[in-house]
Each structure stands twice: as structure tokens, then as C-alpha cells.
Design a protein around this ligand. Sequence first.
Ligand SMILES: O=C(O)c1cc(=O)[nH]c(=O)n1[C@@H]1O[C@H](COP(=O)(O)O)[C@@H](O)[C@H]1O
Length: 265
Amino acid sequence: MNFFDRLANRIAATDSIVSVGLDADIDRIPDHLHEYDLPRWAFNRRIIDATHEHAAVYKPNVAFYEDADGWAALEETIAYAHGKDVPVLLDAKRADIGNTARQYAKLLDSADAITVNPYMGRDSLDPFLSREDKGVFILCRTSNPGGSDMQNLELASGETLYEWVASLADLWNGNGNVGLVVGATTPDELEELRERVPDLPFLVPGVGAQGGDVEAAATYALADGAGLVNSSRGIIFAGEDAGEQFAEASGQAAKRLKKRLNQYR
Ligand SMILES: O=C(O)c1cc(=O)[nH]c(=O)n1[C@@H]1O[C@H](COP(=O)(O)O)[C@@H](O)[C@H]1O
């Protein structure tokens, strides 16, 4: 079964389109977890225990794990999420020339889906796109303040660069495994892109800590039952001041976001 069918099943089973972002910032995880060999894994395990009923996927951003202990923590986290039947979307934003991209694509051996950067073109994404059973989310209109610097440039055709990326992504979807990353901080673009590429599921980050539009995110994320709205810090650090009980607040935050999103879809 391909990734988006599995995701649609997971969304139906949990009644949730919430992507819980496991951005386990080592400087923000509770003090008492630093006595463990792998504090980020100890943290994630507790977050997963508290949130998995409300999680359509977990989305660890690899930036928070790119050191020796980090990779070990990430592998433990992925295996544990799978043990709870939750797919894992690795936020890696990768792409490169062919032989390098083939190495990056090995990240998909343990994860179910990945984020990639389209800037180097089709061949740089082939090693990801050819993994028919895995999901590939292509950065399109990102949520950060500088997202418009390049993505909103107008091309000779009159389209913007992000619109062109969306159309290319549609063309590259021969295996039915392509989605787009579109931020909740630009709701007009979200709406317009949903019309342009009605068949591509969106990963919509930017609600919560970045203050994006929850209603627009939920309204436009889904295509054929698959699509995601991510919150990372807003969920995993919801209990930052609660000491050893921190994970309870995360469970409540994930449930609250699920319910809010469900009002609009
Ligand atoms: O690809 C992403 O997930 C992503 C794209 C984007 O446009 N904006 C964005 O915030 N993200 C990621 O989504 C997460 C957002 O985290 P919070 O702002 O803490 O919810 C981070 O891991 C970001 O790297």
C-alpha cells in the first residue's frame, strides 16, 4: 500500500490530521531527562506515549538529531513510533546530485516519508520519487518570513515560482507518492494551491509557535483523505514548566489541536 493510502487510513482511524513535530531541542528538554544516555530518546518516548492517539504522523526534524547520539535517539524514536502504528515523516529537506541523493534517500529505509527541496530539479529528487511506497513532500511555499524572497518571484509565464513548483510536483507524481509543503502563514497561497493541484496532499506547518492560520490549514491540507497539519514546539514543549509531568500537557495540546482542526474539515 502506498504512503498516502496508509496515511488516509491512519487519519480515519485517529480522526486526526495532526503531525506531531518531534523537534527535540536538547536545550529545552526537561532537566531530569539529562541523566539518560539518550535524553532526546527519553523525551520522545514520553511524548509519543502521551500523544500517539492524536497523531496522524510524527515528524522529527533531523536538524535536532545530526550528531552521534542524535542519530541513535532518532532510530529509537522511529522504531517506537512504528510500534504504536504511527507513520514517521522525516523532515530532512534533502536533495543533491544523483549519487549523493541516492545516499540521502537511504533515510527512507527506516522512515515512511520525507521532505525534499526542489531547487536542484527532477534528477536530484529521483532517488526519493522512485521509492513508490514512501511519501515525498516537496517544499513549495514555506512558512518562514523569507519564504516570499524567491518563492513569490514572478516568472516570464506570469506564474510565481511556487506555483511552478506545484505544477512540476504534479508532473513528478507518476508513482502517486508526492505531496507539497505549504505553510499555514500564507492562507491565500494555501487556498490557491489547493485549486491548482487538487490531487496532492499538503503538509502544512506553521500553526502554533509560528501563529499560522488553523482554519485555512485544515480546510486545504487534504486531498483524497490524506494531508497533515504540523505543530512541533506548540505540542512537545506545552508542558515545559510542568517538570516531570511535562508529557501530559503535550497530550492535551495534541488533542486540542486535533479538535480545532476537525472543526474545519
Ligand atoms: O518542512 C517543514 O516541515 C517546514 C516547512 C516550512 O515551511 N516551515 C516549517 O516550519 N517547517 C518545519 O515545521 C516545524 C515547525 O515547528 P514549530 O514552529 O515549532 O511548530 C519545524 O520542524 C520546521 O522546520
